[in-house]
Design a binder for this molecule. Sequence first.
Ligand code: DLL
Length: 430
Amino acid sequence: MFWDQQCETLDRDTLERLQLHRLQETVRRVAAHVPFYREKFAELGLQPDDLRSLADLRRLPFTTTADLRANYPTGLLAVPYDATLRLHTSSGTTGKPKALFFSRQDVDNAAELCARSFVMAGITPKDVFQNMMTYGMFTGALVTHYGAEKIGCLVIPAGPGNSERQLLLMRDFRTTFIHLTPSYGLYLATFLEKHNVDPRRDLALRKAFVGAEPYTEETRRKIEEGMGVDVYNSYGLSEMNGPGVAFECEHKHGMHLWEDHFLIEIIDPQTAEPVADGQPGELVMTTLTREAMPLLRYRTRDITSLIPEPCRCGRTHRRLNRITGRSDDMLIVRGVNIFPQQIERILMAEMRVGRNYLILLNGLDEMTVKVELAEAGFDGQVEHLMKFQSQLAEKLRAEILIKPKVQFLPPGSLPITEGKAQRVFDERKM
Ligand code: DLL
């Protein structure tokens, strides 16, 4: 199913011509209206008209999170302040938030891309959408809200949390699809189980769009089983409108990134050189249609790879593999580089493991993995539990090369997260 078949299936030549045209326009506009870019171009001795092919993209400067912060609040605006229509912010771990402005056209494009993304996974105007992302400054809820309304779905702006009320809404209004973070998805699956709700029997749920933070295939499976839904990966970032940047089609093999609105590069995060197609690296994106705040070669810090082959669904927009983490997520423990996703993959593949975990680093470089057991994970025999504990520690060692302590906890004992989860607590004294 297509929302905009013509745009979604443009042949690559036409798509690339459109990209070049939009890139040239964007570069001209930022050179004229954004002093930050004007200065960068001057340093590089670059004139907007020098940009003659898509390969010239590499001559443009990168933009980083630090640039967004340094130009807070309005320094990167390419339109007059009173021509902006909406503000979202995205907070990092430290300091000022990033301020992201939308013009009327930007708000509409963002909704359009969400509509495309939902319809691509089989959503129709008959569907009922319960939006479990956080409403407010976060893009996660509002942007998808507008997208689903564009399709003609009934939208229930539930926000996250308050699972009893979520259940009531899902039951009474026959919700067919939801959008939520993987951590809340895992929690909600446990909640339904605890309340003896069999979603396949008691609810009308068909699909869940899950995103806003990295997760693994194993987590997808746990949510699918626990909630009785088909899970689709939903990727985006506030700097690029929020959700709707790249979603999965019915084949669920990589996320189509809407290349008529964004240019993509995958680079080596250390050298900033492009990596070969299919190789992992940092995703870099350039906006092609954003009016209020266009960004050139934005370093997302997200680690992924491109699937260059065409997809069976007929869309020509290339696919991204699952985001495996952020270049700044990497933990270094006893000199070994570890991504939290490696740990999640091992944990979530275990039947006896429940749906919540956290990683604690303390002392002089000790790692403890605290993980909830599944309801049926403990058969009452302590020896069995101890054996499982050492097997799991061994499996983790094989994956991450250091052996963590594994601590089992009863189901439901770790703090729950409604928004993005904090899984790693680094309390090392070094
Ligand atoms: O999280 C936008 C969004 C909302 C996307 C809802 C999808 C669903 P930010 O708060 O700016 O915006 O955070 C963006 O979250 O750079 C990734 O590191 C991470 N992220 C988002 N979606 C995924 C995903 C929104 N599907 C940052 N898989 C991004 C992995 C994701 N990481």
